[in-house]
Design a protein around this ligand. Structure first.
Ligand code: NAD
Length: 437
């Protein structure tokens, strides 16, 4: 990743394309509209609320991140999406029930104007879902071309100067890496043959990259992390990031586990269970979709705790994650964690967490930050995997041969140092020797 001489300013409109117009997407769009109208604050958004220290602690320089790097402003955003369910964003937000009805009513004209484009969808990949708003085509290639047409038409219609795409669609069935995912040539043959190992989310990622549109994956689906698409992104000079928005229980895990490890506290078991009743919960009730999510949620502790480096503390760790669909809760998920820990001489202790969470309220600011950061990366000439954006994801994408960095605090340091590097400021190591000369 080279430092550009200058980062071009974020002029004109930034179009945000959203495959999937369910709870997360509509909470994001409605939130941006509410902030624009001055009836809410973008809480939870690092780019909007965060500051960044520059130079020494004695210098007192800590600008807002959005003033330090040239990000698009909320007023410059335009939205479009795809969904097999034909509800417009007002209907979808009302159905999702995340935001209070009176707020959704106040935003009705803006939300009603956003109608989903027909989706590339096949129920084979999301068993618990069905909808009529679906594209027709002989193979994946034709469908990808239709997405390309949609992308071009939206760019024209919205007068956007730049676009980004953030997948907010459902979690698809688990896909193991196979031959068709390995090279672009093989992948493109798979598009022509409608290979079943290519899922709709991969078709969106392919179409975005082909159109030069930066792409991020907010779900745990195997898509832009296939070697074929990651390489395609590099070849096309397109930044990509993923995957799976870091919210809820996993967010807490990546806050608490690094703290326990920092104090060399042992962990014998970590049992996590959730009840949730939104559409995402219904989709995850299918074992195929759950397996995709489970893989994403389980990898977190392994990488943070490094049992091979600390066998006495974490070798015996039993980690279990359950998700239960429970309609009465809607989007207001409840997540329980029971953590069996041990301290000095192995004496056991327990931690219990009961997180009464609002999933999409935690996810919406991530969509905003990811969209703005992808656009910044593109204007900076950065291409391929954007590991500095790991902060936003449960399963951060990384270069081959590296392990992913899950620790939220290391991720934050990496994020801020990347911005300092980009703007020609010194990276901060926290060494602090100079204060004691
Ligand atoms: N809510 C969170 O906190 C959170 C956290 C991490 C990840 N995620 C992931 O984000 C995604 C969205 O979550 P949500 O709560 O908004 O779910 P949701 O079910 O409310 O919305 C998903 C939407 O995607 C649509 N969809 C499915 N397949 C599609 C396709 N091929 N093309 C276009 N649209 C398609 C569905 O019809 C649905 O409207 C899910 O994959 C979820 O696992 C959510």
């Amino acid at each position: 990743m080279d430092r550009p001489m200058t980062v071009p300013p974020a002029e004109g409109i930034l179009g945000v394309l959203l495959p999937g117009m369910g709870a997360v997407s509509t909470t994001f769009i409605a939130g941006v509209e509410a902030v624009r109208k001055g009836i809410g604050l973008p809480i939870g958004s690092l780019t909007q609320m965060g500051t960044i220290r520059l130079g020494k602690r004695t210098e007192g320089r800590a600008p807002a991140i959005k003033d330090f790097v040239p990000l698009a402003s909320l007023d410059q955003l335009a939205f479009a999406g795809w969904d097999p369910i034909p509800d417009n964003a007002y209907e979808s937000a009302s159905r999702a029930g995340v935001l209070r009805a009176e707020l959704v009513e106040r935003l009705r004209p803006e939300l009603e104007a956003i109608r989903p484009m027909p989706a590339v969808f096949d129920q084979y990949y999301v068993k618990r879902l069905n909808g009529p708003n679906v594209k027709k085509g002989a193979n994946w290639r034709e469908l990808a071309d239709q997405l390309g047409d949609d992308i071009a038409a939206f760019k024209k219609r919205s007068k956007a100067s730049r676009l980004v795409m953030v997948w907010c669609g459902s979690t698809e069935i688990f896909q193991a890496p196979s031959e068709v995912h390995q090279t672009l040539a093989r992948f493109e043959r798979g598009l022509d043959e409608r290979d079943p190992a290519i899922a709709p989310s991969m078709v969106y990622a392919y179409a975005a990259i082909k159109a030069g549109v930066p792409y991020a994956n907010g779900s745990p689906n195997f898509s832009v992390d296939t070697p074929a698409l990651a390489q395609f992104a590099r070849d096309c000079g397109v930044p990509v990031a993923g995957k799976d928005f870091k919210t809820g229980q996993t967010l807490l895990k990546t806050i608490i586990a690094p703290g326990l490890k920092a104090r060399m506290i042992g962990i014998r078991g970590w049992f996590s269970t959730n009840i949730l009743g939104n559409r995402d919960g219904e989709v995850l009730d299918d074992p195929g979709s759950f397996k995709t999510k489970e893989e994403s949620k389980l990898s977190v502790l392994e990488h943070i705790l490094q049992p091979s480096v600390y066998p006495a503390l974490y070798d015996q760790l039993y980690h279990k994650v359950r998700i239960n669909y429970y309609p009465p809760r809607g989007d207001n998920k409840e997540g329980w964690d029971n953590i069996d820990i041990f301290g000095w001489l192995g004496y056991p202790m327990q931690i219990k967490i009961d997180f009464l969470c609002r999933d999409s309220i935690l996810a919406a600011p991530l969509v905003l930050d990811i969209a703005l950061c992808l656009d910044l990366a593109a204007r900076s000439g950065w291409k391929g995997i954007q590991e500095w954006m790991s902060f936003f994801f449960k399963s951060p994408m990384h270069a081959p041969g590296l392990y992913p960095e899950h620790d939220l605090f290391i991720q934050l340091m990496k994020f801020k140092n990347t911005l300092r590097f980009l703007m020609g400021e010194e990276c901060i190591t926290h060494l602090g020797n100079e204060y004691y000369d």
